[in-house]
Design a protein around this ligand. Structure first.
Ligand code: KG4
Ligand code: ZN
Length: 336
């Protein structure tokens, strides 16, 4: 069924609203993202209460803009999708309550969406031919998950980080090198200028037979190295550290993907989440997929980070599967 979906995303530090058309060609009619990064950069990371307050200020205007840029009114909206888990609880509550008020007052069906499922769905918008099943790696500031996607709404997390998320490790190493939050994109740029073999760092791929990662050992190893060099008054080569760190992250991912594909053989490999913007990771996974004869999917950079269009795309499949939120819909900080 052809549907126009209004979607809202407020799980972390981006307030976003979008209108997508699904059920035929997958179309983004509008996708407005208001980032709070500059505010949080002053504190070196996201401050939850500031995030919630910024969402409250922005959400009505952003939603109005999404509707007007799409050239539609609420009367033409068939469903409202909203991220209700996981994320910062105060931030999520703003989006959920706003979406619920609109949906209940206008009698529009309400569809709760899992943020990580949304990241995966960014690929449905970018690739009209993509459909499950496939194996997905979602790497963001808050999550690192290997997911077997069996259908649009049936998926299982088969591997995860036990501590820091991949994006968090990028941001924390960057922060110690004096790069403002979030440092992932700048680390990407620096890594192109350095030697990926300059330093040998410990792998983030746990060697215990699981598909799990641990990024905190890698992060702490580098932070200790930086502190030691600082104490000795040695200038540290930021480019080489960024390049060697990135190479370690990439090889850890490839190692786990090799095992994951043995256990969960799939012909399609999907990358998603904020860190999927990383040029080194994109290139390495494309090469990995080519070597194995797999088809590789990764969203265009504009759809890698948090945005509401991806939530709208997933909302369509959840709606089709009968998922609905009612007037008692709540938000959850954690959630599979
Ligand atoms: O998905 P996202 O926008 O928000 C969460 O759901 O967490 O991901 C943000 C994360 C941040 O840690 C940011 O540094 C990282 O994605 N990131 C990158 C790059 N661009 C964004 N990490 C590495 N390389 C990049 N080019
Ligand atoms: Zn995200």
């Amino acid at each position: 069924m052809l549907m126009k979906i209004l979607s809202i995303e407020s799980s972390c530090d981006e307030t976003s609203a979008a209108v997508v058309e699904m059920g035929g060609e997958r179309k983004i009619l509008s996708n407005i993202v208001a980032s709070q990064i500059e505010t949080h950069a002053l504190y070196g990371g996201v401050v939850p209460e500031i995030a919630s307050r910024a969402h409250i200020e922005a959400i009505s205007g952003i939603t109005y803009e999404a509707l007007s840029r799409a050239g539609v009114t609420l009367d033409e909206i068939d469903a409202i999708g909203v991220t209700n888990r996981p994320g910062l609880i105060g931030a999520l509550l703003v989006g959920v309550n706003f979406a619920k008020s609109l949906a209940v007052s206008r009698g529009i069906p309400l569809v709760p969406v899992h943020h990580i499922r949304g990241h995966i769905a960014a690929n449905y918008l970018a690739y009209p031919d993509l459909k499950p099943p496939f194996l997905a790696l979602v790497a963001s500031g808050g999550h690192t998950s290997l997911i077997e996607v069996r259908s649009y709404t049936d998926m299982e997390t088969v591997g995860r980080t036990r501590d820091d998320a991949m994006g968090e490790a990028f941001d924390k190493v960057a922060r110690v090198m004096g790069i403002p939050y979030p440092g992932g994109a700048e680390m990407d740029r620096l890594a192109h200028l350095g030697d990926p073999k300059a330093f040998a760092f410990p792998s983030a791929a746990l060697n215990d037979g699981t598909l799990d990662f641990s990024f905190s050992g890698l992060k702490t190893h580098i932070i200790n190295l930086l502190h030691r060099m600082e104490q000795k008054g040695e200038p540290y080569p930021m480019e080489d550290i960024a390049a060697s760190f990135t190479a370690t992250v990439v090889s850890s991912v490839v190692k786990k993907l090799e095992t994951a594909l043995e256990r969960y053989p799939h012909e399609r490999l999907v990358l998603a989440g904020g860190v999927s913007a990383n040029s080194h990771l994109r290139e390495a996974l494309q090469a990995f997929a080519d070597k194995r004869g797999l088809t590789f999917y990764v969203p265009p950079r504009a759809l890698c980070g948090d945005n509401a269009a991806m939530i709208g795309a997933q909302a369509y499949y959840e709606y089709e599967a009968g998922v609905r939120g009612d007037a008692s819909l709540n938000a959850f900080a954690c959630g599979e």
